[in-house]
Design a protein around this ligand. Structure first.
Ligand SMILES: NC(=O)c1ccc[n+]([C@@H]2O[C@H](COP(=O)([O-])OP(=O)(O)OC[C@H]3O[C@@H](n4cnc5c(N)ncnc54)[C@H](O)[C@@H]3O)[C@@H](O)[C@H]2O)c1
Length: 449
């Protein structure tokens, strides 16, 4: 372990939140934090703001809030910087996204208007359904990375910031498999200098952040930092990394329901998921290349939870299908339908139907907040590389190549809470309760004697 349990530096001064992609999620996150700071809203959905963590044995009754137990930055410490291919400031973006109404947004027009995006590193080859003019135009990808690093250094100087976290909130890029360019830092840097086609913009932002030792999280399913070259750089420069793809609507429901079915050894013959959504994310995902990236991310969940290789009779013949339909009238108010065919005792079939009328960005915004605060904590705690304890927040949790990712929301939650306990030098809780009954027996024995 490269950290000392219970020895985490307290946060001091402002924390820079760097957001490549100032769209619906990023603007809803910033608007939410500003409203919460002013006492105009509650941080529902955020573990860092609302959740308690039990410490020690149950009779001790120690249940502090995570934010009181762990040294996290305060909401008032956050300062935002963003990049986008459109020049709109965060207020204009939020109005257009239509997640929050104009009256609510008016209350935070001042701070939102101050967030003006820097020109983006963009290439339409990787996001075909978008076209924007607010972009950087150097000849080489390495120059683009250096321009991003300069944006960050200027931002830090201007706001007197010493700590930053970057969270990719940009559009989903076309599906890309890891190639030789991604295998080592040397190959990646050569590729950046020679404009290798297998280096998309999100990877250039990730490279720039990690080069500067800034923790990086990827809210979309594209590869971005999830390549050996950037993982080795993150290890070398003590940089925590997490991803990929915020776990929000339908996949959140899947990872809540599927572990329950598996725990009860109920069989599954099929799971059909479909969605309609009409925001810009939906428009981007209407392109088959971007949808493919999302599909791979969404599909991996069920196999990992049900383990068909261990339970072939229960889960070996499951038919899993995922569709996303772009339907403009709905905007950000997504609707998802899941039709789940299960079987129980003696093979008798049953059905479950889930109709989730959710709001994508309302579910994603608290995730951005928690990731910012937890990654900043991880950095101060001396953690580096993949932060598996943050799997809770992802559709496709990153993990070391020798391991398989954990998708079960309840195991992920326990992982997160136990990691916080370990970081703070507290006892890990295994929830067996055995030690508790053992202690009672000892007391009873004493009484009998
Ligand atoms: N909202 C959710 O529940 C949810 C869940 C999981 C993942 N995601 C992912 O999070 C990302 C953001 O979602 P959103 O709803 O805010 O989408 P959005 O379309 O509203 O915002 C994305 C923004 O990124 C910008 N962009 C694209 N390429 C860029 C680049 N190279 N550099 C800088 N900016 C760039 C776009 O112009 C756009 O403003 C998407 O990739 C989406 O798939 C969202």
């Amino acid at each position: 372990m490269s950290f000392q349990p219970g020895q985490i530096e307290r946060p001091q001064g402002p924390l820079g939140v760097l957001l490549p992609g100032l769209g619906a999620v990023a603007s809803t996150f910033i608007a939410g934090v500003e409203l919460i700071k002013r006492g105009r809203a509650q941080p529902y959905g955020s573990l860092t703001q609302l959740q308690g963590d039990r410490l020690g044995k149950r009779p001790e009754n120690r249940n502090p809030l995570i934010k009181d137990f762990v040294p996290l930055a305060e909401l008032s410490d956050l300062v935002y910087g963003a990049w986008d291919i459109f020049p709109d400031n965060a207020y204009e973006v939020a109005l257009k996204a239509g997640v929050l109404g104009p009256e609510v947004l008016k209350e935070v027009e001042g701070p939102l208007s101050e967030v003006k995006p820097w020109p983006a590193v963009f290439d339409q080859t990787y996001v075909r359904n978008l076209q924007g003019s607010h972009v950087k135009n150097p000849t080489h990808k390495m120059d683009m990375a250096e321009m991003i690093m300069r944006d960050i250094e200027d931002f830090k100087r201007r706001h007197r910031i010493s700590r930053c976290v970057m969270v990719w909130c940009g559009s989903t890029e076309a599906h890309l498999k890891a190639t030789a360019t991604h295998k080592s830092l040397e190959a990646l840097e050569k590729g950046l200098k020679e404009n290798a086609p297998d280096i998309p913009p999100s990877m250039i932002y990730a490279y720039a952040a990690i080069r500067l030792g800034i923790p990086y999280a990827n809210g979309a399913p594209n590869l971005s930092a999830d390549i050996p070259a950037l993982m080795s750089l993150a290890e070398e420069l003590d940089c925590p990394v997490a991803g990929k793809d915020f776990k929000t609507g339908q996949t959140l429901m899947k990872t809540i329901v599927a572990p329950g079915l598996k725990a009860r050894m109920l069989g599954l013959s099929g799971w059909f998921s479909t969605n309609i959504l009409g925001n810009r994310d939906g428009e981007v995902l209407a392109d088959p290349e971007s949808f493919r990236t999302k599909e791979v991310s969404k599909m991996s969940v069920l196999d990992a939870i049900f383990q068909p290789e261990l339970y072939p009779e229960l889960y070996g013949k499951c038919y899993h299908k995922v569709r996303i339909e772009y339907y403009p009238p709905r905007g950000d108010a997504k609707e998802g339908w899941d039709s789940i065919d299960i079987f129980g005792w003696l093979g008798l079939p049953m059905q479950i139907k889930i109709n989730f009328l959710c709001r994508d960005s309302i579910l994603a915004a608290p995730i951005v907040l928690d990731l910012v605060l937890f990654l900043d904590l991880a950095k101060r705690a001396g953690l580096k590389g993949i932060q598996e304890w943050l799997s809770f927040y992802w559709k496709s949790p990153m993990c070391s190549p020798e391991l398989s990712p954990e998708h079960d929301l309840f195991i992920q939650h326990m992982k997160l809470k136990n990691t916080l306990r370990i970081l703070m030098g507290e006892e890990v809780i295994d929830h067996s309760g055995l030690d508790y009954y053992e202690a009672l027996r000892e007391v009873a024995g004493i009484y009998r004697a």
